[in-house]
Design a protein around this ligand. Structure first.
Ligand code: PHE
Length: 449
C-alpha cells in the first residue's frame, strides 16, 4: 500500500515510467493558470508532477523535519517566514532583478525549465528576494521552497531540490546603527564550532571587492552578522543530528569530534562581497551555503530606500538532509513507498534503514554527433529522465573521441536503470532504452553506433 501524500491522480503519473519526450504543446496549465508555449518551452510532464509535492511542508518528511528544525532555531530572532511561494516565477524575478548578465549560463534552456520566454520554474529561492524585501515588516526573512534545475543524474542530483533563503537588513538612518549591528551580533547564540575564516577581519579582497557605497566597517559588521548567523544555524542542525545519533546508540567516532566549518570566497551577481561555507562532516567538506552582502541595486529595486544595508544567504537542504538522515539516494525523497515514509516522524532526526536494493540494469548508448551539434549533456540527462522517470539511477559519459580521419565526434553514455521499488525486466528496459535512442536521433540528429 502506498501512503498518499499527494492526490491519487498524481500517483499514476509520478510512477509512470515510459513516457515520450514532451511533444510540442500549445500551452501548459498549472494550478488554473495557462502559459502559452513558445520556442523556450522545455518542461517535460514528470517535472510538472513534482510541483505539487511540497515536501518542505510535510512535517513527517526528512525535508519538512529539517525545515521545521531551522524555523524553530530562528524563532524569535526577527525573521518573517515565507514558505508558500509558487514555483513558477518570471525571468525578471529569477534573473533580471538580481543582475544576472544576459549571457549567464544559468539562463540557458539546457540549465533551466521554461514554460515560455517569460515564465520558468525558479532555479533558486533568491527569485523571491525582491518581493520579500518589499513585503517584509521585520528586520529579516526566511524563505523555504522547492527549486528546479536541469542537472546530472546521480545519487546526489535530482532536477528538483529545496533551498532555504535568509536575509536581514539595517537602516543607516537609525541612530548609532553600527553599534546596533554589533549588539545584534552579540545576541546571536554562541557555538563551539571551529571556524576557519581568513576573511573575518579583512572581508574585502582584490577578488571579492566591496560595493562603493559601503564603508569597510559596515562591510565587516554586516559580514560578521551574516557569518555568525549561518554558523549558528549549521551548529543547531548538525548538533541535533549528533544528539539523535547518540540517543539511537551510535558510537561512530565523528560523534565526538567538534564541528568544523571553513569560509571561502565566492561570486553571485547580486551580492558583493560573497562567500560560501563548507562543513566538515564524516570526513568530507560539504558545500552547503552561498551568501553575501546584497547589491544596493536589488534593495533599490525593492523600493527599500537608499539608507539600507543587507545580507542574504541560500542553503541547499537536500544534501544536508541526506547526511542527517543517512539517505543514500536523493530519489528516495520523492518516493511514494510507505517503507520510506513510515521511518520518519516530526521533530526527530532518525537514521534511515535501507530496504532491499533492487539490482540495476546498465545500458550504453554510443553515437556520432552531427558536425554542428547542439547536444548538451543535460539534454541527454533530460531525455533519459523523460523515458525512465525515477528508474534513472545514474547517467555518465564513459567515452568521447574524435575520429582521426573524418573529424567526427563520438560519445558514449552509460545509463544505469534501477528501481527503488521492484525488479526491472530486460524487456521493459529494452523499450525505454530504445525510446532514448530514438529521441536522441530525431531531436539531435545523432547517428547511433
Ligand atoms: N541562490 C544562490 C544559489 O542558489 C545562493 C545565494 C543566496 C547566494 C543568497 C547569495 C545570496 O546558489
Amino acid at each position: 500500500m502506498l501512503k498518499l501524500f499527494t492526490p491519487r491522480s498524481l500517483i499514476s503519473t509520478v510512477r509512470c515510467t515510459a513516457r515520450a519526450y514532451s511533444a510540442p504543446v500549445k500551452s501548459l496549465t498549472v494550478d488554473g493558470k495557462t502559459y502559452p508555449s513558445d520556442e523556450w518551452t522545455n518542461i517535460p510532464p514528470f517535472i510538472l508532477d513534482l510541483i505539487q509535492r511540497k515536501l518542505h511542508k510535510n512535517p513527517d518528511h526528512p525535508i519538512g523535519i529539517l525545515h521545521d528544525l531551522v524555523k524553530k532555531s530562528m524563532n524569535g530572532m526577527g525573521y518573517t517566514i515565507y514558505d508558500e511561494f509558487h514555483p513558477i516565477v518570471t525571468k525578471f524575478q529569477n534573473f533580471d532583478v538580481l543582475g544576472f548578465p544576459e549571457d549567464h549560463p544559468g539562463r540557458s534552456k539546457s540549465d533551466t525549465y521554461y514554460f515560455n520566454k517569460e515564465h520558468l520554474l525558479r532555479t533558486h529561492t533568491s527569485a523571491h528576494e525582491h518581493e520579500c524585501f518589499q513585503d517584509c515588516k521585520t528586520p529579516g526573512y526566511l524563505i523555504t521552497a522547492d527549486v528546479y534545475r536541469k542537472d546530472e543524474i546521480d545519487r546526489t542530483h535530482y532536477p528538483a531540490f529545496h533551498q532555504l533563503e535568509g536575509a536581514r537588513y539595517w537602516s543607516r538612518l537609525e541612530p548609532n546603527y553600527l553599534e546596533k549591528i554589533q549588539q545584534d551580533i552579540d545576541s546571536i547564540p554562541k557555538t563551539n564550532i571551529i571556524v576557519e575564516d581568513p576573511f573575518r577581519d579583512q572581508p574585502i579582497t582584490e577578488n571579492n571587492p566591496k560595493q562603493t557605497y559601503m564603508t569597510p566597517e559596515e562591510v565587516r559588521l554586516v559580514a560578521t552578522h551574516l557569518k555568525k548567523t549561518i554558523e549558528y544555524l549549521v551548529n543547531q542542525v548538525f548538533e541535533n543530528a549528533r544528539e539523535s545519533a547518540k540517543k539511537a546508540g551510535s558510537t561512530e567516532p565523528y560523534l565526538n569530534e567538534p564541528l568544523k566549518v571553513r569560509w571561502v570566497e565566492a561570486y553571485f551577481p547580486w551580492t558583493g562581497p560573497s562567500w560560501e561555507i563548507e562543513v566538515w562532516w564524516k570526513g568530507e567538506w560539504l558545500e552547503c551555503c552561498g551568501c553575501g552582502i546584497v547589491q544596493r541595486q536589488v534593495l533599490l529595486n525593492s523600493q527599500l530606500g537608499e539608507d539600507k544595508i543587507s545580507w542574504a544567504f541560500g542553503i541547499g537542504l537536500d544534501r544536508i538532509a541526506m547526511l542527517l538522515f543517512g539517505i543514500p539516494d536523493i530519489r528516495l525523497f520523492w518516493s511514494l513507498d510507505e517503507r520510506f515514509h513510515k521511518q520518519f516522524k516530526r521533530g526527530e532526526i532518525s537514521t534511515f534503514a535501507p530496504y532491499s536494493k533492487y539490482p540495476g540494469v546498465k545500458r550504453d548508448v554510443s553515437f556520432w554527433l552531427p558536425s554542428e551539434s547542439t547536444l548538451h549533456c543535460n539534454d541527454v540527462m533530460e531525455i533519459v529522465r523523460s523515458h525512465a522517470g525515477d528508474m534513472a539511477e545514474s547517467v555518465e559519459v564513459v567515452d568521447e573521441f574524435v575520429h582521426p580521419k573524418t573529424g567526427r565526434k563520438s560519445q558514449c553514455y552509460r545509463i544505469n536503470y534501477q528501481s527503488m521499488e521492484r525488479n526491472l525486466t530486460n524487456q521493459e528496459i529494452n523499450v525505454i532504452h530504445g525510446n532514448v535512442e530514438n529521441d536522441l536521433t530525431t531531436r539531435f540528429d545523432v547517428e547511433i553506433r
